[in-house]
Design a protein around this ligand. Sequence first.
Ligand SMILES: [Zn+2]
Ligand SMILES: [Zn+2]
Length: 285
Amino acid sequence: MLIGTHVSQAGGLDKAIGRGVERGCESIQIFNQSPRMWRPTRYGPDDFAAFRAAMADSPIRAVLIHAVYLINCASEDPEIRSKSLASLKQSLHVGDGIGADVVLHPGSALRGHVGEAIRRAGAVFREALAESERSMLLLEDTAGAGGTLGRSFEELQALLEAAGGGDRLGVCLDSCHLLASGYDVRTAAGLTETLDCFDEIVGLDRLGAVHLNDSQTPLGSNRDRHANLGEGELGEEGCVAFLSEPRFEQMAVVLETPGPDKRGTTAEEIAYAKRLRSRGLKARA
Ligand SMILES: [Zn+2]
Ligand SMILES: [Zn+2]
């Protein structure tokens, strides 16, 4: 398991590596541009080479790119879909350049038929994949109000199928989103059952990464509010279950917590996660 966190890419992609190292990360997640604007940051071969060199000299073994929040591949508005496609293509292009997989929220459709929203999103995913080379596209399970796609394993599977079901499609599971969407992952037994269910509906071979966040809101609340590890509804026991889960063994497990001062996950919290991992592994041994 490669424990890490989301870090800033401000000042250049390679700067993210140093920020991950400072926090004791074994993996990192970055945005490939400012997450609240459509305007892309252009990177060239030198930026990618600098990133790869910095990573090779570091203990960081896996990188995720989180696509920007504005993307909505399921939108009924063709202009939003075309901007979403351009932005997703750029994320996958940077992913190809630095050897990262791309995490994406599948989208939402406030009106109309869910099946049609899934088909619209699938078409955008397919086109973005066709115009990039290697990078995996990981659809993240979500939490939110009606219209948010990807809250259930059935819906994730429908999205993967709509996207063509190819080898470069996968899933990123977020512990906070699972809990808020009604999957009881607060104990090792609950997590085991949830992953068995995921395996049956989607297939564990599709699982590409994990986000570990505690949740400010309770089971089935349909609200996405991340909490620091051990301080929310998932609790320490739930965090230990995720951190010692054998099926996450080779995977990047990335924290996206608010941190003590709302400035993101700290080195102390990464160290805490590593202690919880050791505790869980000892208990399972
Ligand atoms: Zn997440
Ligand atoms: Zn979230």
